[in-house]
Design a binder for this molecule. Structure first.
Ligand code: GLN
Length: 192
């Protein structure tokens, strides 16, 4: 199994370390060609406008949509979840999401940087409270019919899955708890 982590901007190193700890072979993806043969791809947290600009400059929009059709799984964390969305709730005109997943996401939904916080989450299929680290996090405003809600916080959706797509508005790569990464590998990437 090979998992790539988009390594243009943001918290990609942390994801790579977790996947390596779980024994998955991992690629830091800087060019679309590096997605060939990948079973899964992570769009990390960071700054969604910066990541989107770089993705467009390198031709990632078309390439990711193409690889999706050939079965690659995709997991977006925080900024990555914003990029996966069908729609960004309060988007500026220059912000076009990839439109991979049938979710509407609201950016910086909890306010400013100081409003970053940690909260225990009940994450479906994972069990015990999972430590959710929220950093200028978005939340998922609404989901389409085929989307399973996996976690909520304060009545707002913070994790969801649609077939081979996973979106989390928090940062599992910044905790020592490997269960969401394991869930992605075992329940999404490995299931064809
Ligand atoms: N607020 C950031 C954005 O809109 C996301 C923050 C994050 O990824 N931690 O891109």
């Amino acid at each position: 199994m090979r998992v790539g982590v988009l390594a243009l901007q943001g918290a990609f190193r942390e994801h790579i370390l977790v996947f390596e700890a779980l024994g998955a072979s991992t690629v830091a993806v800087r060019l679309p060609e590096q997605m060939e043969g990948l079973d899964g791809l992570v769009l990390p947290g960071g700054e969604s406008t910066a990541i989107a600009k770089l993705m467009r400059a390198y031709g990632f929009y078309e390439a990711i949509r193409g690889r999706l059709e050939t079965g690659m799984a995709v997991w977006g964390t925080c900024a990555g979840a914003i990029l996966m969305a069908r729609e960004i709730g309060d988007a500026r005109p220059d912000q076009e999401p990839l439109g991979l997943m049938d979710i509407v996401v609201r950016r910086n939904a909890y306010g400013r940087q100081v409003d970053s916080f940690e909260a225990p989450l009940h994450f479906r299929h994972i069990g015990e409270p999972y430590p959710g680290v929220f950093i200028r996090a978005p939340y998922i405003e609404s989901v389409g019919e085929g989307v399973e809600v996996l976690a909520e916080h304060d009545g707002r959706i913070v994790a969801a899955r649609e077939e081979r797509l996973l979106a989390t508005t928090f940062h599992p790569e910044l905790t020592v708890d490997l269960r969401v990464h394991r869930f992605f590998i075992e329940q999404i990437v490995a299931v064809q």
